[in-house]
Design a protein around this ligand. Structure first.
Ligand SMILES: *[C@@H]1O[C@H](CO)[C@@H](O)[C@H](O)[C@H]1NC(C)=O
Ligand SMILES: *[C@@H]1O[C@H](CO)[C@@H](O)[C@H](O)[C@H]1NC(C)=O
Ligand SMILES: *[C@@H]1O[C@H](CO)[C@@H](O)[C@H](O)[C@H]1NC(C)=O
Ligand SMILES: *[C@@H]1O[C@H](CO)[C@@H](O)[C@H](O)[C@H]1NC(C)=O
Ligand SMILES: *[C@@H]1O[C@H](CO)[C@@H](O)[C@H](O)[C@H]1NC(C)=O
Ligand SMILES: *[C@@H]1O[C@H](CO)[C@@H](O)[C@H](O)[C@H]1NC(C)=O
Length: 467
C-alpha cells in the first residue's frame, strides 16, 4: 500500500520540481549520531520525493555537552555525502566538529548543505564557545541556490532572535537547524519560529517545525509538506498561534522580570481597558472575557510590560520591549491530556494588546495556547509607523485556553555579550525544563509505562493463579 502511494506521489511530482510552484520540504525531529540512522531517513525522503531534507543536531548533544559527539564528524560527513548522492536530494545537517586553534581544541557547530551530487555547497560554522579568538573557524550565515529555482538562507536557531531581518534582505526561503537553549520561554525556536516566519513573510523549514504546516504529512519520524516557492505580501500566512500540547512552558518563572498588574476578572466580563508601564514604556490592553465550562475559575492572568535587556543564554544579552497577557500558573501544566481544555474555565471574547516600539522591523506577535485550530479572522497583527516609534496592535478573538498573548520587540542597540556568562553557560547549565519535557523524553516515559503495565498484568495473573 505504502509502495503504491509512493508510486502515485512519484508519478505526480517527479521531474516537475523546476517548473512547479512548490517544492517539497522534509524535516526529521530527532536523530541519534549514528550514520545508519541518517542514511535510512535520506532513503525514506527520496521515496517521498522530498527536495530538501533538514536534520536536527544529534540527540545526545546538548549545546554544552556535545564534545563527545564531535569525534565522528568525518565519518558522518562521508556517510551523508554518499547517501545524498544516491538519493539525489538536498540535505541539511547540523554537526559538531573539533578543530585545533591557537593550541586549544575548539568545538565548532556547523550547518552543512549537500546537493544532489553529494557535494557540500554551503557551510555555516560557529565556535560553540567564543572565548578563544578563533575567528578563522567562523563563517557568516549561508546562502545557497538549488536546481528547483529557490535560493535559501541557512540559519541557526539563535539567528531569528540575534540577527536583524535586514541581514536577510531579499531572501524568502530559509532552512534552520542548530539548537540554542534560552530561559526566555517564548523566544525558544519552537515557540518563536512561526511568529518570525509570519512577520517576515518567509518560508522557514526547521526540525522545530515548518512555517506553513497546515498540510504537513508524517511518515515514520519524517514530516514533509509542499511550500510555495514565491512567498510574500499576497499570500495568506498561517496564524502564528503556538499549540502547547506537547510543549510545556512555565511563564510564571518569567514574570518577575516584568512590571505586572493582575487582570481584573470582574471588569473583564464587560470588557475593560488597562495600561501598564515599565518606566516610560507603556502597554495598553483591552480584555473581554466569558466563563465557560463548569470548573471553578482559577485563572490568574496578569498584564505585563517590559523594556530592558534580558539574558538570552550562552553569554548573549539582548534588548527587548514586550507587552503581554500571561497566566501566572507557573506550577500548572497547560498541556497534553484531553480534558485540560476547560481547566481554566475562562474564554477570551477579545484581547487587544498595543505598544509603541523603538524598532520598526523586529516586532513579533507571541500567542501561546493549548487550543488547536485557529482561523485567520480570529487573529490580527498591525504595525504602523507613528511619530518616531512603531505602533503595533495585536488582537485575538474568541479563544479558550490562552496561556500567553502579546508582542515582543527587539532592540538590537542594547545587545551585548558577556564572556563570563558564556563561560558559565558552557559548564553544563542547560535548561532542565526544556530538556526533561522534550517530546522524546515524554515518549520515553510513555514507553516505560506501557512496559510497566504489561509487567503488572503478568504479575497479577501470576498472583491470581497462586490463589
Ligand atoms: C586536542 O585534540 C587532539 C586530537 O584531536 C588530542 O590529541 C589532544 O589531546 C586534544 N587536546 C586537548 C587539550 O584536549
Ligand atoms: C566571536 O568573537 C569575535 C571577536 O572576538 C567576534 O568578531 C565574533 O562576532 C564572535 N562570534 C560570535 C558568534 O559571537
Ligand atoms: C582575544 O583578543 C583580545 C583582544 O584582542 C585579548 O584581550 C584576549 O586576551 C584574547 N583572548 C585569547 C583567549 O586569546
Ligand atoms: C526562477 O525564478 C525566477 C525568479 O523568481 C523566475 O523569473 C524564473 O522564471 C524561474 N525559472 C523557472 C525555470 O521557473
Ligand atoms: C504569581 O504567582 C506567584 C506564586 O503563586 C505569586 O507569588 C505572585 O505574586 C504572582 N504574581 C502576580 C503578578 O500575580
Ligand atoms: C503610542 O503613540 C501614540 C502616538 O504618539 C499615542 O497616541 C499612544 O497613546 C501611544 N500608546 C502607548 C501604548 O504608549
Amino acid at each position: 500500500m505504502r509502495l503504491l502511494i509512493n508510486v502515485v506521489i512519484c508519478f505526480l511530482c517527479c521531474n516537475l520540481s523546476l517548473a512547479s510552484d512548490t517544492y517539497r520540504a522534509g524535516v526529521v525531529s530527532s536523530i541519534r549520531s549514528d550514520p545508519g540512522r541518517y542514511v535510512s531517513y535520506i532513503k525514506q525522503a527520496a521515496k517521498l520525493n522530498v527536495d530538501i531534507l533538514v536534520f536536527p543536531p544529534p540527540d545526545e548533544s546538548s549545546f554544552e555537552t556535545m564534545t563527545s559527539v564531535s569525534d565522528d564528524y568525518d565519518e558522518v560527513v562521508k556517510t551523508l555525502s554518499e547517501a545524498t548522492k544516491q538519493a539525489r536530494l538536498y540535505v541539511v545537517a547540523h554537526l559538531y566538529e573539533t578543530v585545533r586553534c591557537q593550541n586549544v581544541n575548539v568545538t565548532i557547530r556547523s550547518n552543512l548543505v549537500f546537493d544532489r551530487e553529494g557535494s557540500i555547497i554551503s557551510e555555516y560554522r560557529k565556535p560553540v564557545n567564543n572565548i578563544t579568538n578563533c575567528t578563522s573557524v567562523e563563517t557568516d550565515f549561508g546562502v545557497f541556490k538549488t536546481d528547483f529555482n529557490v535560493t535559501f538562507g541557512l540559519l541557526m536557531e539563535e539567528d531569528l532572535v540575534l540577527r536583524s531581518p535586514e541581514a536577510f534582505k531579499g531572501l524568502k526561503n530559509f532552512v534552520m537547524t542548530g539548537t540554542w537553549t534560552t530561559e526566555i520561554p517564548y523566544l525558544s525556536a519552537s515557540k518563536f519560529s512561526s511568529s518570525w516566519a509570519f512577520v517576515n513573510k518567509a518560508n522557514l523549514v526547521s526540525p522545530d517545525g515548518i512555517s506553513d504546516d497546515t498540510h504537513m504529512l508524517m511518515s515514520g519520524g519524517l514530516k514533509f509538506t509542499d511550500l510555495y516557492k514565491r512567498v510574500g505580501e499576497d499570500m495568506a500566512f498561517k496564524v502564528p498561534v503556538v499549540h502547547l500540547r506537547k510543549q510545556r512552558i512555565f511563564l510564571g518563572k518569567d514574570l518577575p522580570h516584568y512590571v505586572t498588574k493582575p487582570m481584573n476578572l470582574e471588569a473583564s466580563r464587560d470588557g475593560y481597558e488597562e495600561t501598564v508601564c515599565h518606566d516610560s514604556f507603556c502597554c495598553e490592553f483591552y480584555i473581554k472575557t466569558r466563563f465557560v465550562g463548569s470548573k471553578s475559575i482559577d485563572a490568574d492572568y496578569v498584564l505585563a510590560a517590559f523594556r530592558g535587556t534580558r539574558y538570552f543564554g550562552h553569554g548573549q544579552h539582548i534588548g527587548i520591549e514586550s507587552c503581554a497577557v500571561f497566566t501566572n500558573s507557573s506550577q500548572k501544566c497547560f498541556c497534553s491530556t484531553e480534558n485540560e481544555n476547560n481547566a481554566i474555565g475562562l474564554a477570551f471574547d477579545k484581547v487587544t494588546v498595543i505598544g509603541n516600539f523603538t524598532n520598526g522591523n523586529s516586532n513579533y506577535p507571541i500567542a501561546l495556547s493549548t487550543g488547536e485550530q485557529f482561523e485567520a479572522k480570529q487573529f490580527s497583527f498591525v504595525s504602523e509607523f507613528a511619530g518616531n516609534t512603531e505602533q503595533v496592535v495585536v488582537e485575538l478573538k474568541f479563544i479558550e485556553s490562552l496561556t500567553g498573548f502579546g508582542i515582543v520587540s527587539r532592540d538590537f542597540s542594547k545587545d551585548f555579550v558577556s564572556v563570563r556568562d558564556m563561560e558559565s553557560s558552557y559548564k553544563n547549565n542547560f535548561d532542565i525544563y526544556d530538556y526533561i519535557f522534550h517530546e522524546n523524553v515524554l515518549e520515553f516515559f510513555d514507553y516505560v509505562w506501557i512496559r510497566l503495565r504489561i509487567l503488572i498484568f503478568v504479575v497479577s495473573i501470576y498472583i491470581l493463579e497462586m490463589i
